[in-house]
Design a protein around this ligand. Structure first.
Ligand code: GLC
Length: 487
């Protein structure tokens, strides 16, 4: 079926996070911004397509309470396999998109945090939630044409849709989006069995992969999307495939990579309310006030000439914190300052604090979540450090470029697809080897370039003019929707 021949296309996004209700990482931004972009892009698609996109997410105490109206709710019981759970559903409409927040009242103890410290505890929470999305569609008397599941938390829903040919699901197609391959939902085998989800078998799949929600998703979905084209290729190789590369190669026909966008109306240095001084490409000089504000507020020497390196990140192993710390330690004696903002894993946080202690004149570390200050760092930092060991897409490098903060990043995944390292088109600096030498060489190259201020401004302007909106990517999603609805 062609999209344009359909009166209306119904899509249900199913995910563990959705900004602005709840955001822990990039997944929250994705779910919070793609549906909006799809709705507006679809209107301009051929003769105009009407989309009815809705979002389902699990309740947790971490969801912004402003979005939960306890008095307005409905309830249902979801019975799957040997298990029955009772759900309250709260509805919040954000940017005209209905969000259904499912509170499992049978398992209230699982709903404190979005993710438990011990990931195996998350199994029943997410499996019961994902499967209850079918009951939700029944109760709403609203049937999705496509269900778009995200990451392992929602993978079993693809399996359920494939296995149940009921009136509701007969024509429902499913898409599974991989935001982070290494997180597979390990330790949930017995829960999957209790909820009636069958293991997956494939000759190329290692035995340990038979009962993982991530693989239920990949194997049973009609299409699998990774969040950048480069990541779609990388996961087919031993370096990034997490021992699933042989299996994933057998699924290549339905695998595609689409780069995420960012919401450019939020991330705009001309209008951003959180920064000291707004600026644009044509008023780059005003940017200096933002840098000065950072230096002043963190008691760093206020010298406009000193390059200010910033990192805004979850501090965990994926983000290359060890490499960052070792590389900054190895920098030759030259003038630089560094500010690291982020929380995460205790050991990684400790590494950053130790660096601050050893470089008291140059380094500041803020192990807190400070959304407003992160805007200020993008607006005032000179270089944005992103030595991620792997990066399915990454959003902060795109935000940094919009604000004229030049990324120095490891050449992986979405970083390759969004940063240009060729001299004539340079918008940042990419290093290929995730070693101190690899990172250091590029960092020194960038620091030298920074001294030639005219050349630096050219790079900044080019970076700021890149289009990182969802527009192009939303079109690619529409093409995928059309292709599976046609099958
Ligand atoms: C995950 C990935 C990140 C990506 C985000 C949104 O957090 O690690 O690279 O940008 O999902 O897709």
């Amino acid at each position: 079926m062609l999209l344009s021949n359909m009166e209306k296309v119904n899509i249900l996004f199913v995910a563990s996070e959705a900004a602005p209700l709840i955001k822990i990482g990039g997944l929250g931004d994705y779910v919070g911004s793609l549906p909006k972009a799809l709705t507006s892009e679809a209107r301009q698609w051929e003769v105009g397509v009407k989309m009815d996109i809705r979002i389902a997410l699990p309740f947790s105490q971490e969801i912004n309470p402003l979005f939960i109206d306890r008095d307005k709710r409905f309830s249902f019981t979801s019975t799957q396999g040997k298990k029955s759970n009772r759900f309250n559903v709260y509805t919040a409409v954000v940017d005209a998109i209905p969000h259904y927040i499912l509170e499992n009242t049978t398992l209230p103890h699982l709903q404190q945090n979005v993710y438990a410290a011990d990931p195996s505890e998350d199994g029943e929470k997410f499996i019961s939630f994902s499967l209850a999305c079918n009951d939700l569609m029944n109760i709403l008397n609203w049937k999705a044409d496509i269900v778009q599941c995200n990451d392992w938390q929602t993978g079993v829903l693809c399996a359920w849709l494939k296995a149940h040919n009921t009136k509701i699901t007969r024509t429902v197609k499913s898409i599974f989006v991989i935001h982070n391959l290494p997180f597979m939902g390990a330790g949930t085998a017995s829960i999957m069995e209790e909820y009636g989800i069958r293991p997956v078998f494939h000759p190329a799949l290692p035995q340990w992969g038979n009962d993982l929600p991530l693989l239920s998703g990949i194997m049973n979905a009609d299409k699998v999307i990774t969040v950048s084209p480069t990541y779609a290729k990388e996961i087919l190789t031993p370096d990034f495939g997490n021992d699933l590369q042989d299996f994933l190669r057998t699924q290549q026909d339905k695998l595609t990579g689409i780069l995420n966008g960012i919401d450019q109306s939020i991330w705009d240095p001309e209008t951003d309310p959180y920064i000291t001084r707004n600026f644009s490409c044509s008023s780059l000089k005003a940017r200096a006030m933002n840098k000065e504000h950072i230096q002043l507020s963190l008691s760093l020497e206020t010298n406009p000439q000193t390059p200010l390196l910033v990192m805004v990140s979850r501090l965990d192993v994926q983000k290359g914190v060890n490499l960052l710390v070792d590389t900054l330690r190895a920098l030759p004696k030259m003038d630089w300052q560094a500010v690291i903002l982020g929380t995460g894993n205790a050991a990684q946080e400790q590494l950053t604090r130790q660096l601050e202690q050893d470089f008291p004149r140059q380094v500041r570390v803020i192990n807190r979540f400070e959304a407003a200050f992160s805007h200020q760092l993008y607006a005032g930092g000179d270089m944005f450090l992103m030595p991620s060991l792997y990066e399915p897409c990454g959003t902060s490098q795109m935000i940094a470029m919009r604000y004229g903060c030049i990324p120095i990043a490891h050449a992986v995944g979405g970083l390759v697809d969004s940063i240009q390292d060729e001299e004539e088109q340079r918008t940042g600096f990419l290093f290929s080897d995730a070693t101190v030498k690899g990172f250091l060489d590029k960092l020194i190259m960038a620091l030298r370039r920074y001294q030639k201020s005219k050349e630096w401004v050219i790079i900044q302007k080019r970076a700021m003019q890149q289009d990182f909106s969802w527009k192009k990517s939303a079109r690619k999603y529409l093409e995928v929707y059309e292709s599976i609805l046609r099958e």
